[in-house]
Design a protein around this ligand. Structure first.
Ligand code: ATP
Ligand code: MG
Ligand code: MG
Length: 332
């Protein structure tokens, strides 16, 4: 049917028609792809078949490959290419001491490559974390990684859920209940890059309050007033102290109409006591944390010093409270 070929992928239609389904008509356009009316030669009945667009068709951008899928006893089973350990397992293998900047840089580049493809397609992954980045069989001597687990992904502008992202990697806008974009993945990516270097999560908060408090301590400052004014859950974390007046400055010295709640204040507000984590990580400012980090390298050589300064600069572009100012994958 040549008319139809104008609308759907020719190769796909040929393959489908050669097998079980004969394409008869175009039914509509869905969010992720087109739906065609087909004659099922096995059941001798009409069916609606959805054709999903394939991203990264030539396997060049560090995204896991789907090989096949089948339905088995009411379970949808998806076959993926076999990959290796995830990055959390890799860090554990290294006694959680972190990786040298050169590996952090190599992995970051590859993850960003995948993020450019996702960004162009308007796909928000919504669950980027070390467990969802896997080592791939390496090309030559270089280590390679791939992004997996698109089980929580959604399209930009068609977001549905507000409770997304794993807590340590959750962006300020998601914590505060502000409309989100692909920029939330860049926040998670920033957390991952820092974790690859230090070996431990950057914001291992025991509660959302604790995560936000850690962000503000390590990064300095707080989310911008515009965001706080419009986000629906600001009141869970901040007190509106009215118009800007002396003494209401945020931690970075920028005047703000909002003040972060104290631990005592939040205890009386939330019915369930928010856990505040006292454990394991010194709450240093980001630059000192990275620059003085003692575990993953014995000597602070000149190259290492330059590398670490560049890493701090890179992280500051990613861990930007304002999603509009945060770097895009192409910028990064
Ligand atoms: P989560 O609850 O973290 O969202 P999930 O149930 O959606 O997880 P995945 O993240 O897809 O599932 O897979 C869980 C784990 O299984 C991964 O962290 C990884 O260690 C392993 N795994 C997944 N896909 C592969 C693969 N293609 N090759 C090797 N291991 C894999
Ligand atoms: Mg997962
Ligand atoms: Mg998942």
């Amino acid at each position: 049917n040549w008319d139809l070929i104008l609308y759907v992928n020719l190769e796909l239609v040929n393959k489908m028609s050669n097998r079980r389904f004969i394409v008869k008509d175009m039914l509509g356009q869905g969010t992720f792809g087109q739906v065609v009316k087909c004659w099922d030669t096995e059941t001798n009945d009409y069916v609606a078949v959805k054709l999903n667009q394939k991203f990264d068709p030539d396997d060049k951008h560090n995204i896991v490959r789907m090989l096949d899928y089948l339905s088995f006893q009411n379970h949808l089973c998806i076959a993926f290419e076999m990959l290796g350990q995830n990055l959390y397992e890799l860090l554990k293998r290294n006694q959680l001491r972190g990786l040298k900047v050169k590996y952090v840089r190599a992995f970051s580049k590859q993850i960003l490559d995948a993020m450019v493809v996702m960004r162009d397609a308007g796909i928000i992954h919504c669950d980027l974390k070390p467990e969802n980045i896997l080592l791939a069989p390496s090309v030559a001597t270089a280590a390679a990684v791939k992004v997996i687990d698109f089980g929580s992904a959604c399209l930009e502008g068609k977001t549905v859920y507000s409770y997304i992202q794993s807590r340590y990697y959750r962006s300020p806008e998601v914590l505060l209940g502000y409309p989100y974009t692909t920029a939330i993945d860049m926040w998670s990516f920033g957390c991952i890059v820092a974790e690859l270097f230090i070996g431990l999560p950057l914001f291992p908060g025991a509660s959302e309050y604790d995560v936000l408090q850690r962000m503000m301590t390590i990064l300095g400052g707080q989310p911008p007033d515009d965001l706080l004014r419009e986000a629906k859950d600001t009141g869970r974390f901040f007190k509106h102290v009215g118009s800007i007046f002396p003494g209401s400055e945020a931690p970075d010295g920028i005047p703000s109409a909002y003040r972060f709640l104290s631990e005592e204040e939040i205890e009386t507000r939330e019915s369930k006591r928010p856990k505040v984590g006292k454990w394991y990580f010194p709450r240093l400012k980001l630059d000192r944390l990275i620059y003085n980090y003692p575990w993953n390298n014995s000597e602070l050589t000149e190259t290492e010093e330059t590398d670490r300064l560049a890493l701090v600069d890179f992280l500051k572009g990613l861990l930007e409270f304002d999603p509009n100012k945060r770097w895009s994958p192409v910028q990064a």
